[in-house]
Design a protein around this ligand. Structure first.
Ligand code: GTP
Ligand code: MG
Length: 156
């Protein structure tokens, strides 16, 4: 039944990271439930919309698929520092950020073996969580998005 009083949220989600890590593929998997092994670099920015039913409320995620960026510097938290220096919310807080380690289907279990270090890294650098994901095998993408939405709603 249509309820005119259903609360609606609109969240903008920026998907950023190095060239070719799978940003477009993650969004494609999340929104269209498919995957292509072919690589076409994103030029500029593409947009996609995902609508979620969330505790009787509607969440619209406007996904900003941003062209891959050249690596900033060797340290992995460079991107997060860059983001935080350029963007904060009206209340002065940093935007909720989740860290994805994609292509986990390729079988390099380096990160899983460093779970505790990853937890610590997230705490120190202000990520609300981290996930090993695969756009190819559809691993942890819904989980990562839900984690982000949960944190955004909690901080509203
Ligand atoms: P830019 O837009 O250039 O920054 O690239 P991107 O980060 O959007 O990467 P894209 O999604 O275009 O994927 C790059 C390549 O990696 C493509 O050939 C994809 O098929 C492949 N790829 C993406 N995700 C995965 C994954 O989870 N597993 C595997 N095995 N390949 C993936
Ligand atoms: Mg892309």
């Amino acid at each position: 039944m249509q309820n005119n009083h259903t609360k609606e949220h609109l969240f903008k989600i920026l998907v950023i990271g190095d060239l070719g890590v799978g940003k477009t593929s993650i969004i494609k998997r999340y929104v269209h439930q498919n995957f292509s092994p072919n690589y076409r670099a994103t030029i500029g920015v593409d947009f996609a919309l995902k609508v979620l039913n969330w505790d009787q409320e509607t969440v619209r995620l406007q996904l900003w698929d941003i062209a891959g960026l050249p690596p900033l510097r060797p340290s992995p938290n460079g991107r997060k520092e860059d983001l935080d220096s350029k963007l904060s919310l009206a209340n002065g807080k940093h935007v909720a950020t989740v860290l994805l380690a994609n292509k986990c289907d390729q079988g390099r279990d380096v990160l899983t073996n460093n779970g505790i270090k990853m937890e610590q890294f997230c705490q120190e650098n202000g990520f609300v969580g981290w996930y090993e994901t695969s756009a190819k095998e559809n691993i942890n993408i819904d989980e990562a998005a839900n984690c982000l939405v949960k944190h955004i709603i909690a901080s509203e």
